[in-house]
Design a protein around this ligand. Structure first.
Ligand code: PEP
Ligand code: MG
Length: 523
């Protein structure tokens, strides 16, 4: 059994057998330049044939209507003929045209349009195949029912050869969420994970695969226990009645809390609808990222108050600004750093912008009058940081009091545990924080010295590693000794293979993204 971390959270589980697709792209063995006129004619007749094919396909799939328009675009024809006039044969001319047009798409600063470069490649590949006379070897021969297609990349022309009734999912090395395989998969109600480096070498045809869109991983050849557990989960998700308001308990009757992670008010609503018993992490930075300037107190207050009202009695844990690392603000000119994750981020920035920080603290305190709001600080590494941050909270309370504003005077103030320093000092921190929330996304990268976004060290970036497990245990024990609450809001909390271990370690509060709430509650 092996695990390929993908980080792609789709909320679905798909179980099937791998079918590794390797297109047989045949380069013509010898190409002789037959003169510009003959090459132009060869090119034009291939182009016409492709346009005819695409006009038929366009009737059933929109994507092919777009492909027809690309084939019909005079720019494509003019570019290819220009290459022929410079002395290229028709086959090389369409290959070079493809590269030239793709280079133009690379310049575009728009992810969606950038992804359209795959369409250009696909159209040009069709024309090239027609010129070379390559008969389409059926790369999908032998496809059996219940297959998960694994490929380096897939183009719409590949999908025309597929029998979708035999396919239950797609995994590709290249591509983005806006690439075809995702668009087509979504339109067919199938799960797709794209951009999974090395999948075609790690997976072989016939391997049993679990696409776990809850934790964002692909499990290759799972052991029987794992397979049975996922089968049960998939069946449960497919059919069983789900009561979002149901409370969950361990087999021996201990209460477990499943909370939601949110980036905006809509996420809060969705999480609550899915059965979240509160919000364990409201990432306030998204509010800042969507604004044109630092959001003022009133607009923050309104947003937090709306989220609090949706939560009602349930807790809403608002994390103060966690910017820096891989998250930027367009209006905050941060210096480019050698090691941004080890640099100027989160509480370190807030502490330097005291007036902005106080604006946020005041907004959160005031929103507390609308529900069960709590405040949480990110990236705490030293006792001084927590002392200073809490002092600012007290100052804000005094100011609000003096101004006669309504706010929550008893608001709980907690901290993320996501630095090794906070683990090592967990006992000391537990004396001063009202609660802990374990952020395994960062904690794992800092403990393992493995960048959370670098696929080359993905095998080291493992929240299930002994070191991270030991850290989680230390934090839960420290919280228990001090009698404060501890939850986990990193992605590891939604990992089904980790649930029983986390329960054994004493974790009772899991804060996960909305799609994982139902699965975790059912589990
Ligand atoms: C974490 O680090 O685990 C976490 C929840 O915070 P973020 O992913 O926003 O850094
Ligand atoms: Mg974090």
């Amino acid at each position: 059994m092996k695990n390929l971390e993908t980080g792609i959270i789709t909320g679905e589980i798909t179980i099937g057998n791998a079918f590794v697709y390797r297109p047989t792209s045949v380069e013509p063995s010898s190409v002789e330049f037959m003169g510009a006129e003959a090459e132009t004619e060869a090119f034009r007749s291939a182009l016409e044939a492709v346009k005819n094919e695409l006009s038929v396909l366009a009737a059933s799939e929109d994507i092919f209507a777009a492909h027809y328009e690309m084939a019909d675009d005079p720019m494509l024809e003019e570019q290819a003929i220009m290459f022929i006039e410079e002395g290229m044969d028709a086959y090389s001319a369409i290959k070079s045209t493809s590269e030239a047009l793709c280079a133009m798409f690379d310049e575009i600063d728009d992810e969606y349009l950038k992804a359209r470069k795959d369409d250009v490649k696909d159209v040009c590949r069709r024309i090239a195949d027609k010129i070379s006379g390559k008969c389409d070897a059926d790369g999908f021969a032998g496809l059996e029912a219940g297959s998960i297609i694994v490929a380096e990349e897939l183009a719409p022309s590949d999908t025309t050869k597929m029998d979708f009734s035999r396919i239950c999912g797609f995994i590709t090395e290249k591509g983005s969420t806006t690439s075809h395989v995702c668009i087509i998969a979504r339109s067919k109600g199938l799960q797709a994970m794209v951009g999974i480096a090395g999948c075609t070498s790690e997976i072989m045809t016939g391997d049993c695969l679990i696409m776990d869109g809850m934790s964002g991983s692909v499990i290759v050849n799972p052991d029987k226990g794992t397979l049975d557990r996922y089968r049960a989960l998939a069946e449960e998700a497919a059919g069983k009645e789900y009561d979002p308001s149901r409370e969950v308990y361990t087999a021996d009757g201990e209460r477990i809390w499943i909370l939601g992670n949110a980036g905006n008010v809509e996420d809060v609503r969705t999480a609550v609808e899915c059965g979240a018993e509160g919000i364990g992490l409201f990432r306030s930075e998204f509010l800042y990222m969507e604004s044109e300037d630092f959001p003022d107190e009133e607009s923050q207050y309104k947003t937090y108050a709306e989220a609090a009202e949706i939560c009602g009695e349930r807790p809403l844990t608002i994390r103060t600004l966690d910017i820096g690392g891989d998250k930027a603000l367009p209006y905050l000119d941060l210096e480019k750093e050698e090691n941004p994750f080890l640099g100027y981020r989160a509480i370190r920035i807030s502490m330097d912008m005291v007036s902005q920080f106080k604006t946020q603290i005041r907004a959160i305190l005031r929103a507390g009058a609308h529900g069960n709001v709590r405040m949480m600080f990110p990236m705490i590494a030293t006792i001084e940081e927590l002392v200073k941050a809490r002092k600012l909270v007290s100052e804000c309370m005094e100011e609000l009091e003096a101004e006669g504003k309504t706010f929550d005077k008893e608001m709980l103030v907690g901290m993320m545990i996501e630095t090794p320093a906070s683990v090592l000092l967990a006992d000391e921190f537990a004396e001063m924080a009202d609660f802990f929330s374990i952020g395994t996304n960062d904690l794992t990268q800092y403990i393992m010295a493995a960048d959370r976004g670098n696929s080359k060290v993905a095998s080291l970036y493992d929240p299930a590693s002994e070191a991270v497990t030991k850290a989680i245990r230390m934090v839960i024990l420290a919280a228990g000794r001090a009698g404060i609450e501890v939850s986990m809001c990193g992605e590891y909390a939604s990992e089904p293979s980790a649930t029983s271990l986390l329960l054994d370690l004493g974790l009772r509060k899991f804060s996960v993204s909305a799609p994982a709430i139902r699965r975790l509650k059912s589990l």
